[in-house]
Design a protein around this ligand. Structure first.
Ligand code: SF4
Ligand code: SF4
Length: 196
């Protein structure tokens, strides 16, 4: 950026630059509006207009390496793979994983988590928990954005059931299913607020 002393007199007037900016904005606005109107009636399809993604009604597909939210992986019988060893909680720099371990009814399994919770308001999405897990029980390969709304802290605590549920949806309906569920929850929250 130029320092004030380096600006020309024309630039120091500012007004011409403001007018130039308004012209650019207006040209773009009317061009896009006209093109969208033409597209709506089936004309000028070959000319691309600027597009705003109408999130959450529309969304862009997240890249394959996007690590937006956690899931707890499942065994073949659908039970949680986690053995409540606490390694993820120990590795977590944000101290946001809470685990309560319980004795498993199956004598061949030592422990399992009675409670497993992630406070996503504290999480920094570093994936150290995933790296620390010795049995591939926690992953961040859901390709969905973390939940970004809520009215109290509890809305941002992801429970064992939520984290396991993501693995079930991913296995049954794929990543699109996870995204649909997230958007559905946004819509329900929106409706609940509108109904108040
Ligand atoms: S991603 Fe990082 S901050 Fe979040 S729960 Fe895992 S270790 Fe903790
Ligand atoms: S998720 Fe992995 S590291 Fe964390 S408690 Fe369970 S088994 Fe241990």
């Amino acid at each position: 950026m130029k320092r004030r002393a380096e600006l020309t007199i024309w630039e120091q007037l500012y007004l011409p630059e403001i007018v130039r900016g308004l012209i650019v904005t207006n040209v773009r606005f009317w061009r896009n509006l006209s093109l969208h109107a033409l597209h709506a009636v089936g004309l000028a399809k070959g000319r691309r207009a600027a597009v705003t993604v109408q999130y959450p009604d529309e969304y862009k597909r997240y890249p394959d390496n996007y690590r937006g939210s956690h899931r707890l992986t499942l065994k073949e019988d659908g039970s949680v793979r986690c053995t409540a060893c606490f390694l993820c909680a120990t590795a977590c720099p944000a101290n946001c994983i809470y685990i309560e371990a319980g004795e498993h009814p199956d004598p061949t399994v030592e422990k399992f988590p009675l409670r497993y919770e992630i406070d996503t308001l504290r999480c920094i999405y570093c994936a150290l928990c995933v790296e620390a897990c010795p049995c591939d029980a926690i992953r961040m390969d859901t390709y969905v954005h973390p939940r970004i709304w809520g009215y109290n802290r509890a809305d941002f605590i992801e429970t064992k059931e939520v984290l396991m549920g993501r693995s079930k949806v991913l296995a049954e309906r794929g990543r699109e299913g996870l995204m649909e569920d997230l958007l559905q929850s946004y819509r329900e929250a929106e409706r609940a607020v509108a109904a108040k």
